[in-house]
Design a protein around this ligand. Structure first.
Ligand SMILES: NC(=O)c1ccc[n+]([C@@H]2O[C@H](COP(=O)([O-])OP(=O)(O)OC[C@H]3O[C@@H](n4cnc5c(N)ncnc54)[C@H](OP(=O)(O)O)[C@@H]3O)[C@@H](O)[C@H]2O)c1
Length: 213
């Protein structure tokens, strides 16, 4: 349950937050940003609890293990790159079951575990609205996540909110993978927007984070 200060701000010290993908580039910056809250770190092979977004039993077990929470953040989700004439059935399955289905199931299965007035924040990416010749599946999965959140916001029970953060290339990832820095954003800036989704009042929103360089 969210408790408000007289100032109208959220009392974040009472918030218990699950971050899926907490060891990742974006997830670790979010965990640092939310250090005033009780953070539960989840990952595929690391964290306070492990989970496989492609496996519904594993998602259900994770929620049972951690108890009631105020917010779920997903900074994870894989989709395959490749031209439409290159992608395989395996690529399609990964993109639909992991980035898209994984995030949908994280919300669907998590609903009963989130307190009244809580929130879900999912991740897409700027290829959703700025596709390139390798992004058929990444764009499809990202747009799917965004559509799911926009529509689900209407039927969310108990005042639970849902938003999507759509970052452009993260600067630290660009450096790590030796990619051009143009249009990239610092990971700390992306983390601020996840925080805003948790502590603000918006729902059904897709926040596009674009960099300028
Ligand atoms: N980085 C960017 O420039 C960028 C830009 C736009 C959008 N995005 C999107 O943002 C999200 C996070 O990206 P990132 O670069 O931060 O990722 P990352 O550094 O590769 O980290 C991925 C995280 O997801 C976890 N994970 C992997 N497979 C999983 C599974 N099957 N089930 C549950 N968790 C799993 C990993 O856990 P373990 O470490 O425990 O294995 C890790 O914590 C992705 O959806 C990505 O498409 C990233």
């Amino acid at each position: 349950m969210k408790l408000y200060h007289l100032s109208g701000g959220v009392n974040t010290s009472n918030m218990k937050v699950l971050i899926v993908g907490a060891s990742g580039m974006i997830g670790s910056a979010i965990a640092e940003n939310l250090s005033d809250m009780e953070v539960i770190r989840a990952g595929y092979s690391s964290g306070d609890v492990t989970v496989d977004l492609e496996n519904n039993d594993s998602i259900a077990t994770m929620y049972k293990e951690i108890g009631k929470i105020d917010a779920v953040v997903c900074a994870s989700g894989k989709a395959a790159f490749g031209g439409v004439d290159e992608i395989t059935e395996k690529d399609v399955r990964l993109s639909i079951l992991n980035k898209l289905g994984g995030q949908i199931n994280l919300v669907r299965i998590g609903l009963d575990h989130v307190n009244d007035g809580g929130s879900f924040t999912l991740t897409s990416g700027d290829l959703s609205t700025k596709p390139d010749k390798t992004s058929s599946l990444v764009t499809a999965a990202g747009i799917g996540v965004e559509g799911f959140a926009r529509a689900s916001a209407i039927s969310m029970p108990r005042g639970i909110r849902i938003n999507v953060i759509s970052p452009s290339l993260i600067r630290e990832s660009a450096i790590k993978f030796n990619l051009p820095l143009d249009g990239s954003i610092p990971v700390a800036e992306a983390a601020d927007w996840f925080r805003e989704s948790l502590t603000g009042e918006m729902t059904g929103m897709v926040r596009e984070l674009k960099g300028w360089l």
